[in-house]
Design a protein around this ligand. Structure first.
Ligand code: ARG
Length: 571
């Protein structure tokens, strides 16, 4: 659609020059003003002429009429002036040619905004669970939004580095070591994996609530770890390994791989240089024994750099990590995906980086998201009363498996398909929401095969596959013959893909892609129900409809890839 919009806009700009040569409205400006009318009866594209009235010194109604008088283009079937709007109706056969040839030429790259990321590098920091604490549904957001943003940027030609900044350091390890000595042993942890660790962690937190002296013990163990105590280092490495192996199972289900797992511990020896720099620049203030950067002039509470006992904090580590990553990857943008609860933390240390004179401060982006509750219940992390991501997926997969057994008992590879649909249902449901909105997760809704769900769009994808499988050798060189508004409507939707991708990247918003997938699925299904494909009235119409199906198949598949949704050829 971008190329069609551009050629239409260029011609309109020429006409405007004739109305008023001094107005200086170029094709790009017109292009930005073109709208998709909410109702197809008002055209496929429309130019509202109201804002132009002042620069062109002409009434909007007259502007629209003047454009309509001399406008004509191959891609346009009809155009008319209505109440100050210039409404354009596209030519179906022209659209078909442009969409289908684009899809055939570009294939898996159809819809990619090629020029956007060329030669640029983006670092994405996401998922980043805290080792030995449960990998729970609260991490779903950072994991799938983060990975979606990575896919979107890759699609747009950026070189991407996905980093899992594991929470692999901190006092929780002191607690865990104490708990392990008190209640654990090698065998139970080896067999129980991360569950055994979480159990120990929950147990020690409850014990600390009753006996605060245990907290001192935990701090002492952590101090030993920091000082390089061999035994504690060994335990720590082991705990991290066990946890990572577990997370990787979930990542595999989602089709996620990271380029780096450099977690918090990696930055321990990189912090002193940054603390020294802050000190040398006179940015550090002592406040009640702690070292802080005062951010009052910027309307924020202080950024904490060192605790009273000299130990470092979360922001200190993030600053050191950002400096290291800039040196290592020379990024053009670095994106952090976390819950909105951390927004102040990021605003604070981004400001500190700016004050430190790092000129790349404005390349740091925080992408926050809202909270998740399940069937109305809020989450609690410390008490162990949480829903693990792993269990959520398992439940969803089991439910899908049961539905499949009933609906399609002969389906080959049923467990594979159930996994793709079960995981996909959760991902799609989650990413249907505007990311900043809090979400209440309703399992029943997510799994429905009707309505705006993952199973529904995956089913639609499978439908396109089965239509194509029935007619693999159709004539791809035939002329396009468009006979129904449902065909044109589908084509228009398909042709918007690249614009949607651009928008999603600009807003860091995967839900824009999710909503678009629903538009495509809806348009395809309307077309499928109203237009007979294999039984079309003649060969030309049949070939056109198969070509449209092929285009829908490619667009859906490409878009699925952008939101970590598996392509299912059969359901
Ligand atoms: N581990 C943190 C948590 O679970 C998230 C880390 C986000 N990334 C960062 N660079 N601070 O809350």
């Amino acid at each position: 659609m971008i190329s069609i919009k551009k050629s239409i806009s260029a011609q309109i700009a020429e006409i405007m020059k004739k109305i008023n040569a001094d107005a200086q409205i170029d094709g790009d400006a017109v292009c930005a003003m073109l709208e998709y009318p909410p109702d197809e009866k008002m055209g496929d594209l429309a130019l509202p002429c109201f804002k132009l009235s002042k620069v062109l010194r002409m009434a909007p109604v007259k502007i629209a009429a003047t454009i309509a008088e001399s406008f004509s283009a191959d891609c346009v079937a009809r155009a008319e002036a209505v109440n100050g709007y210039f409404n354009i109706y596209l030519d179906g056969a022209y659209l078909a040619k442009s969409v289908v040839s684009g899809v055939r030429e570009k294939g898996e790259r159809y819809g990619a905004p090629e020029d956007m990321g060329k030669g640029k590098t983006v670092v994405l920091d996401y998922s980043s669970p805290n080792v030995a604490k449960p990998f729970h549904i609260g991490h779903l957001g950072t994991t799938v939004i983060g990975h979606s943003l990575k896919r979107l940027h890759e699609f747009a030609g950026y070189k991407c580095v996905g980093i899992n900044y594991l929470g692999d350091w901190g006092t929780q390890f002191g607690k865990l070591i104490v708990a392990y000595h008190k209640w654990g042993n090698a065998e139970t942890v080896e067999n129980g994996g991360v569950d055994a660790l979480v159990e120990l962690y929950v147990k020690i937190n409850n014990a600390i609530a009753d006996d605060p002296a245990l907290a001192d013990e935990a701090r002492a163990e952590f101090r030993k770890l920091e000082d390089g105590d061999e035994e504690n280092i060994k335990l720590w490495k082991w705990f991290v390994e066990i946890s990572l192996a577990e997370y990787q199972k979930t990542y595999k289900q989602l089709g996620i791989e990271f380029d780096s797992y450099k977690g918090e511990s990696f930055y321990t020896d990189k912090m002193p240089a940054q603390v020294q720099k802050l000190r040398d620049m006179g940015l550090l203030k002592i406040d009640d024994g702690a070292s802080i950067v005062d951010l009052e002039p910027y309307g924020m509470t202080p950024c904490l750099i060192l605790k009273r006992d000299g130990s470092t904090l979360y922001p200190t580590r993030d600053i050191a990590a950002a400096v290291y990553r800039k040196e290592t990857y020379d990024f053009d943008k670095m994106i952090y995906v976390t819950s909105a609860g951390q927004s102040l933390h990021f605003a604070q240390w981004f400001k500190v980086v700016e004050l430190m004179g790092y000129e790349w401060f404005d390349k740091l982006v925080h992408v926050p998201y809202g909270t998740v509750s399940i069937n109305g219940a809020k989450l609690a992390t410390r008490t162990g009363n949480v829903l693990l991501l792993r269990d959520l997926f398992a439940e969803s997969i089991a439910k899908v498996e049961a539905i499949m057994q009933e609906k399609n008992p002969d389906l080959p590879d049923r467990d594979k398909v159930s996994e793709a649909v079960g995981v996909g249902a959760i991902v799609f449901y989650y990413l249907s929401n505007n990311r900043i909105r809090d979400i209440n997760f309703m399992m029943e809704d997510a799994l429905s095969f009707e309505g705006n769900t993952g199973p529904y769009v995956q089913y639609t994808y499978a439908r396109t596959c089965s239509v194509l499988a029935k007619s693999p050798d159709y004539d791809k060189n035939a002329e396009f013959v468009i006979t129904s508004a449902d065909e044109t409507s589908l084509l228009k939707t398909l042709s918007r893909f690249e614009e949607v991708v651009r928008e999603a990247i600009a807003a860091y918003e995967p839900s824009i892609v999710t909503r678009y997938i629903l538009d495509v699925a809806g348009a395809y299904n309307r077309f499928y129900h109203n237009c007979s494909i294999l039984g079309a009235e003649n060969e030309a119409v049949k070939n056109t409809r198969l070509a449209l199906t092929e285009a829908a198949n490619t667009v859906l598949g490409n878009a699925f890839g952008l939101i970590c949704l598996a392509k299912t050829e059969k359901i």
